[in-house]
Design a protein around this ligand. Structure first.
Ligand code: CS2
Length: 458
């Protein structure tokens, strides 16, 4: 069962599963669940779950993915998902619902103010959110004397498996009581993972190219880059597809890989998304084609790299491959797509390495520049005065906090955004990091983004 069946899941876990079955056989299939709307189910189910995956390298290549059994969405979702995940044949419940989709607290536990969590706490036997579905699914299995499924979190969160475990256990303690919560904590495996594949949203061009490459109409086609990576902690007591046959790497400790990816790839992605979007760059490859921004991206990667533990990978080669991937002109990855949900992304991508840099007395400039970029973006209006939606779950809170604060007072913008609860860690909200960030925000506001970028790269 896979919860959150967007383009990324179709370009990643479904492709690995398809590759594993092709290489080693087995009767694994994925039931997809769309938690937000019925579009994906409406296009995939009439196609028998099959779709074209376009890999955009020098020449686009198309492959048909056939690992999907069915996609569940819309009314009746709760009952259908619960019936499927409490059946003996369900071994794994995996998730790609984005950072904001879970309703989990970074400090450990569930966020009772998250709409899906709040609704499911009131009605735990017909849940519609991730935590509620996993909790009730596990409860039903234990009641029926079945072994639990493995919960496989595939979102870009730090220590994603343990973080999801803490949220599920906290949720269950509130709904089903301590005995079940303790049992889940002790008996259910939540492997950590690192997932990577740049997958822009599908467009009309994706569908047209799929038709041209594959020779038939495909309303569910997805496009992605040729590169793909999946590092997984191997803890699947009731079996799993042989994903290693499709290139997945099983390791005892995912944390070093996940830090590397969150800080070097996602951190520089977020930095370039704000700087790029606000200086008129629509796509990531446009940012990379700009010599000044390109230099800042490389600077960010080098700084992020210096905060990392040793990993069994050549980090210099990794940085070089990231630059090549970001520059891929065939991938139309919009800066505004990456800019969304900044409050959910910055803590692990920018603030965590910044904190470590601060503790060592290292160079804070790259992280301060990224943070100032987000703060500038949070003002909701570019240098030409055009407004844009923040697309952040905390958008209303940000707007309310900033009301009445003028762009002539960068220090007030900084302190207001720094004071948003559970966002910027305390040591970064004052002192050197605050000064470095405010100085850059001041420059962005007084000179405009293009000149601020030029000054930053000097
Ligand atoms: C991006 C990621 O949208 C974003 O925030 O940084 O989706 C990124 O493309 C993937 O993590 C790549 O694996």
């Amino acid at each position: 069962m896979h919860l959150g069946f967007g383009a990324f899941a179709r370009a990643h876990i479904a492709a690995y599963t398809d590759g594993a079955i092709a290489a080693a056989g087995g009767d694994w299939r994925i039931m997809g669940v769309s938690l937000r709307g019925e579009d994906v189910a409406n296009v995939l189910n009439p196609q028998d779950g099959r779709y074209t995956l376009i890999e955009r390298g020098e020449k686009p290549e198309a492959r048909v993915i056939a690992s999907i059994a069915d996609v569940i969405a819309g009314s009746g979702l709760s009952g259908r998902v619960l019936a499927a995940i409490s059946a003996p044949g369900c071994r794994i419940v995996s998730t790609t619902v984005t950072e904001k989709g879970y309703g989990l607290l970074r400090s450990g536990g569930c966020d009772v103010s998250h709409p899906a969590v709040a609704a499911d706490l009131l009605n735990p036997s017909s849940p519609r959110g991730v935590l509620g579905l996993i909790a009730q699914g596990l409860a039903l299995r234990f009641t029926n004397g079945l072994a639990p499924f493995v919960v496989l979190c595939c979102d870009n969160l730090p220590e994603n498996g343990p973080l999801l475990r803490a949220a599920v256990v906290d949720f269950v303690r509130r709904t089903h009581g301590p005995a079940l919560a303790d049992r889940i904590a002790a008996e259910v495996s939540f492997p950590a993972t690192m997932v990577d594949r740049i997958t822009p949203a599908s467009t009309a061009r994706t569908l047209a190219d799929a038709a041209a490459l594959a020779g038939y109409e495909d309303r569910a086609a997805v496009e992605t880059e040729p590169f793909s990576q999946w590092v997984i902690e191997d803890n699947f007591p009731s079996g799993r597809p042989s994903w290693e046959n499709a290139g997945a790497l099983f390791v005892p400790d995912v944390a070093p890989y996940e830090k590397m990816k969150l800080r070097m790839l996602n951190g520089s992605h977020s930095m370039l998304a704000y700087a790029g979007f606000l200086s008129g760059k629509t796509y990531v490859c446009d940012v990379m084609a700009d010599a000044t921004l390109n230099r800042l991206v490389r600077r960010h990667m080098t700084a992020a790299r210096s905060t990392l533990p040793t990993v069994a990978m050549d980090l210099e080669a990794y940085a070089a491959s990231l630059c090549t991937r970001f520059s891929n002109p065939a991938i139309a990855h919009e800066t505004r797509q990456i800019a969304m949900d900044g409050t959910q992304k910055l803590p692990q991508r920018i603030f965590a390495p910044a904190l470590e840099m601060l503790a060592r007395g290292g160079d804070l400039a790259p992280f301060a520049f990224a943070t100032a970029g987000w703060m500038r973006y949070a003002l909701g209006r570019d240098d030409e005065g055009r407004s844009y939606p923040l697309n952040d779950p905390r958008e209303a809170e940000i707007q309310a906090a900033l009301a009445g604060i003028g762009t002539e007072s960068p220090a007030a913008v900084f302190s207001t955004l720094a004071a948003i609860p559970d966002f910027l860690p305390q040591p970064l909200a004052k002192g050197e990091f605050a000064d470095e960030t405010t100085r850059r925000l001041e420059r962005m506001l007084s000179l405009g983004m293009a000149k601020a970028i030029a000054a930053e790269a000097e």
